[in-house]
Ligand binder design. Structure first.
Ligand SMILES: *[C@@H]1O[C@H](CO)[C@@H](O)[C@H](O)[C@H]1NC(C)=O
Ligand SMILES: *[C@@H]1O[C@H](CO)[C@@H](O)[C@H](O)[C@H]1NC(C)=O
Ligand SMILES: *[C@@H]1O[C@H](CO)[C@@H](O)[C@H](O)[C@H]1NC(C)=O
Ligand SMILES: *[C@@H]1O[C@H](CO)[C@@H](O)[C@H](O)[C@H]1NC(C)=O
Ligand SMILES: *[C@@H]1O[C@H](CO)[C@@H](O)[C@H](O)[C@H]1NC(C)=O
Ligand SMILES: *[C@@H]1O[C@H](CO)[C@@H](O)[C@H](O)[C@H]1NC(C)=O
Ligand SMILES: *[C@@H]1O[C@H](CO)[C@@H](O)[C@H](O)[C@H]1NC(C)=O
Ligand SMILES: *[C@@H]1O[C@H](CO)[C@@H](O)[C@H](O)[C@H]1NC(C)=O
Ligand SMILES: *[C@@H]1O[C@H](CO)[C@@H](O)[C@H](O)[C@H]1NC(C)=O
Ligand SMILES: *[C@@H]1O[C@H](CO)[C@@H](O)[C@H](O)[C@H]1NC(C)=O
Ligand SMILES: *[C@@H]1O[C@H](CO)[C@@H](O)[C@H](O)[C@H]1NC(C)=O
Length: 826
């Protein structure tokens, strides 16, 4: 989006230049001359590579050594210093040699004429040929890249970068760079037609097969799918990091080059080739490469080298094969007569680069495993919360072991290979297993007695032990969600005891209090291992009973998404109920947006990132998590910010899980927060994903305007923020309402689009509000034609007030941001 804006500015600049040029005679650049961009970062001219006498026309950045584009790659000017770059009679950009022969042409067929064409070098390093009468771009070098990928360049899946033949010869070499696997896009470097390196799938923010593609690159890269053309476009921007250019060198290595202002030179700040493991398929099929290992190649568990002799000589090319045939294969061949054998299972590899040729489906995590297990041709799967379910057929190639990051890959193996990885020690293993079994039985018996005692109310306080059985089936608990929660899942959740949390929070000391959530205070805690956590201690008097508590545990434990806060554990002891979350140093969104001293910290780009993140989180809740979850209490104080100000939705105490077939429900207990509640919910208790959409709309408008929906409570006209926004929008005066800290002409279009989307979300009629999927598409400009918005609900404070009773209203005046519960709908 910043990009779009820059293009707009670019066009303005270009138009201006056009005015200057159209009156002069045709442009020409002679061998000795150069043309430098306004930004001063790029220069166009003739150059000679090292150890050569040939002349080429090209664009370089900062120093002549760093050439990013060459026109006449295969037609150098040999012993000729009389070449020119100019516009030919047919209006094309051409390079002429000393004899005035055309040695290179932009070769566009429908150019207007010589007099109406002009060229310029844009701030971003693109040589642009344009029609001066219309200002249209006829041709530009960004659409015909050489070996470099530049910020703000739109690199599409039908383009490629091509390496130089040698460092001194721009002729097209054997390596190229392109976007592949368009369903889950990734980038490849090819050696002629053979893959040489791959980035691993794109998960929306990073390539998951690049080990250290950390936070620095987050949001730097951007993929855009064009479903009508069936293409994928890649672009990146690095506004905060100065001048950064990716270039493919003649050895096939992709380098990130950064211009060092202090040293005045280009520095390679990243390369895709750090070890042999980065060579595609270095260890062959079913091999795994570990750059820290010795030898660096090994076979996946359950596999052995195809050719032991070659393998021992460190020739890894033929890879590995299965030691034992899969049970499902046997079953298939024997016509399923032999069912007695144990079924295949999966061995999990942690922190790896997943293999090539992933197939994509949108199954939920558990479903992903089952689908794979059911189909004998599926030999591995991996679940990524942002991508979905990836599965593999055929062979597994190009797996790399990372020390950190990466993904978990589950590889199908026969039963015999499960768990027992070292057959040489079978005897010992049997003994260990017997001993372990004994210990486990003793522990279970002991635990049983402890639980029995703990459930005795008199002794409750002394035995602060988590009561597992009670949790699974609390009395009178009706929500099906608990039934769905497997014991395994609950156990995966770390269970903490009371003392541990009391110690971590210094006995819930006031100085550790982070804030007051809907159902009780939240404290910062530090565990013994130094890990920071946030502990929500549910107040006994709070409306959140066991039901909400369990709900929250169940719901969050099932969810995994970048924009949802992560639950680390829980604790139930007697009356105490506590939840442990990851600690968010930047607290919640309301502390920024509504605080005049801190709202400067959120510029428009950050705000947009937050809006988009919340939308993605909600979309995941509504649609992508298989369960349909309605949050019901979305508001600024429930959006936490991590240390990079990425939003995380929290507080699922009121969330409701729907069967996918259900699309709305009715409740006796209207819970939510004043100002964010959709009219049908506040008044009739009917809620659906569209009531979350309403809350999102309110939140969006609040983020853009920097004030609360209910902030005009005392004013005369008693309009809500929504009311004011609507009136200003209709009057074309909406700019006056935008938070002045973020307003910038450059972003005006995006800001207006956001408000438009926000207004669509808060329309009176639930049916007319867009789904979160549509909202995400609109935010990303995938949907260009946004329908006009109709009048929102709750224009007047009075109407909103009428949905709550007068006693509650008093409460609401005093604490604007808090959740309210037990408001009965009429
Ligand atoms: C380029 O020339 C320098 C000396 O002029 C020489 O040392 C170097 O080896 C040459 N490189 C190539 C690739 O020819
Ligand atoms: C270019 O000129 C140099 C000297 O001027 C000469 O030695 C060389 O052979 C010429 N090369 C070609 C390809 O004509
Ligand atoms: C220019 O384009 C025409 C078709 O538009 C094509 O036939 C011709 O080969 C092209 N010439 C060059 C030098 O690319
Ligand atoms: C060039 O532009 C002028 C208007 O400025 C127009 O009248 C003329 O037809 C154009 N020439 C061509 C060949 O398109
Ligand atoms: C040339 O033709 C293409 C389609 O054939 C069109 O998209 C493009 O705008 C035209 N360019 C000019 C300068 O008329
Ligand atoms: C790279 O793109 C050019 C032009 O689009 C094409 O001619 C060439 O075959 C491509 N090379 C590879 C390796 O895809
Ligand atoms: C590229 O492929 C060729 C064979 O096509 C091979 O000889 C060469 O070593 C490869 N280059 C690299 C860097 O692997
Ligand atoms: C030009 O380079 C400087 C660093 O030298 C960088 O900060 C700036 O963003 C660059 N401008 C463009 C348009 O690339
Ligand atoms: C490695 O083994 C393959 C056959 O699997 C063979 O073609 C190749 O030449 C071998 N490479 C080396 C370096 O021995
Ligand atoms: C499986 O068995 C049935 C009869 O029991 C036979 O008709 C069928 O052809 C067999 N299929 C295979 C694949 O052996
Ligand atoms: C198993 O997976 C393969 C490859 O994806 C697919 O072609 C086949 O239809 C699947 N079989 C079943 C029974 O789903």
């Amino acid at each position: 989006m910043g990009l779009l804006c820059k293009y707009n500015n670019l066009i303005l600049v270009l138009n201006f230049i056009t005015l200057l040029l159209c009156c002069s005679s045709s442009q020409i650049i002679k061998d000795s001359e150069t043309l430098t961009s306004n930004s001063g970062n790029f220069t166009l001219g003739f150059f000679t590579p090292q150890n050569s006498t040939n002349r080429y026309v090209g664009i370089w950045s900062k120093t002549q050594v760093f050439v990013i584009w060459v026109a006449n790659r295969d037609q150098p000017l040999i012993n000729d210093s009389l070449g020119v770059l100019t516009i030919s009679n047919d209006g094309n950009l051409v390079v002429l040699n000393g004899q005035k022969d055309v040695i290179w042409s932009s070769n566009v067929s429908n150019v207007s004429s010589k007099t109406n064409s002009s060229f310029t070098l844009s701030d971003y390093g693109s040589l642009v040929l344009m029609d001066s009468t219309t200002g249209n771009t006829i041709w530009e070098s960004f659409d015909h890249p050489s070996n470099a990928l530049l910020p703000s360049m739109k690199f599409t899946s039908n383009m490629n970068l091509t390496s130089w033949r040698t460092p001194f010869d721009p002729l097209i070499g054997s390596f190229s760079f392109s976007i592949e696997r368009l369903k889950i896009p990734e980038v490849f470097v090819w050696n002629k037609t053979r893959p040489y390196w791959r980035s691993g799938p794109w998960n929306g923010q990073i390539f998951i097969g690049i080990q250290d593609m950390g936070t620095r690159y987050l949001n730097g890269f951007h993929f855009e799918k064009d479903s009508t053309r069936g293409t994928v476009d890649l672009s990146f921007r690095v506004d905060d990091f100065g001048l950064v250019i990716y270039a493919l060198n003649s050895q096939g290595q992709l380098h990130e080059n950064s211009w060092s202002i202090e040293k005045e030179e280009w520095i390679v700040t990243w390369t895709n080739h750090r070890s042999d493991c980065d060579v595609y398929g270095f260890c062959g099929p079913f091999g795994i490469c570990n750059s820290k290992g010795s030898p660096i190649c090994s076979c996946l568990e359950g596999f052995e080298p195809r050719n032991k002799q070659e393998w021992n000589q460190k020739n890894w090319t033929s890879g590995c094969v299965r030691k034992t045939v899969l049970q499902c294969e046997i079953a298939k061949n024997q016509n399923e007569s032999k069912n007695g054998n144990e079924a295949d299972g999966f061995l999990k590899l942690n922190t790896v680069k997943v293999p090539d040729f992933a197939e994509l489906s949108f199954d939920e995590q558990d479903e992903c495993k089952n689908q794979c297990l059911m189909n004998c041709s599926c030999i591995a799967y991996s679940y990524d919360a942002d991508i979905g379910c990836m599965s593999w057929n055929g062979k597994l190639i190009d797996i790399q072991q990372f020390q950190t990051g990466g993904s978990d890959l589950n590889v199908r193996v026969p039963y015999a290979e499960l768990g027992i990885s070292d057959k040489g020690h079978k005897g010992t293993i049997v003994i260990i297993i017997s001993v372990l079994t004994g210990i486990i039985i003793i522990v279970i018996i002991a635990a049983y007695f402890i639980c029995m005692r703990a459930s005795n109310p008199v002794r409750k306080k002394q035995n602060r032990i988590f009561q597992f059985n009670k949790i699974v089936k609390p009395e009178g608990y009706t929500n099906n969600a608990i039934g769905e929660l497997s014991q395994e899942k609950l156990q995966e959740l770390l269970l903490y005891n009371f003392e541990k949390l009391a110690t971590a929070t210094n006995n819930f000391d006031l100085s550790n209090k982070l804030g007051q959530g809907g159902f009780g205070p939240v404290y910062k805690g530090i565990l013994q291992d130094g890990k920071e956590i946030a502990v929500k201690r549910l107040s006994r008097s709070s409306g959140q009973g066991l039901e909400e508590f369990m709900n929250e545990v169940v719901v969050i434990s099932k969810l995994q998404h970048r924009n949802l806060v992560r639950l680390l554990g829980c604790c139930i002891e007697g009356d105490e109920k506590m939840l442990m979350y990851e600690y968010m140093p930047n607290r919640s969104l309301d502390a920024y947006v509504f605080d005049p001293s801190r709202n400067k910290l959120l510029d428009w780009e950050k705000r947009f990132n937050i809006i988009e993140g919340i939308a993605r989180g909600l979309l995941y809740l509504h649609r992508d998590s298989r369960l349909k979850i309605i949050h019901r209490d979305l508001k600024a104080s429930n959006i936490l910010l991590d240390d990079e100000l990425n939003p995380k939705i929290s507080d699922f105490g009121m969330a409701r899980i729907f069967k996918v077939s259900e699309d709305h429900a009715n409740t006796q207990r209207v819970v939510g927060t004043y100002g964010y509640m959709a009219p049908e919910y506040a008044m009739q208790g009917v809620f659906s994903d569209k009531s979350d959409v309403f809350s999102f709309g309110v939140l969006l408008i609040e983020i853009v305007c920097g004030r609360r929906n209910s902030s005009f409570i005392e004013s005369e006209n008693a309009l809500t923020l929504l009311g004011i926004a609507w009136i200003q929008w209709k009057e074309g005066n909406i700019l006056s309402l935008i938070e002045p800290e973020i307003y910038d002409d450059c972003h005006q279009k995006n800001i207006l689009r956001c408000i438009h989307i926000g207004l669509l979300c808060v329309q009176e009629s639930a049916a007319e509000r867009p789904t979160m999927a549509a909202v995400v598409s609109m935010l990303n400009s995938e949907i260009m034609d946004i329908p006009p918005a109709r009048q929102p609900a709750f224009l007047l404070m009075q109407n909103m007030m009428n949905t709550v009773s007068s006693e509650e209203r008093i409460e609401l005046y005093s604490n604007n941001g808090l959740s309210i519960t037990n408001i009965h709908g009429r």
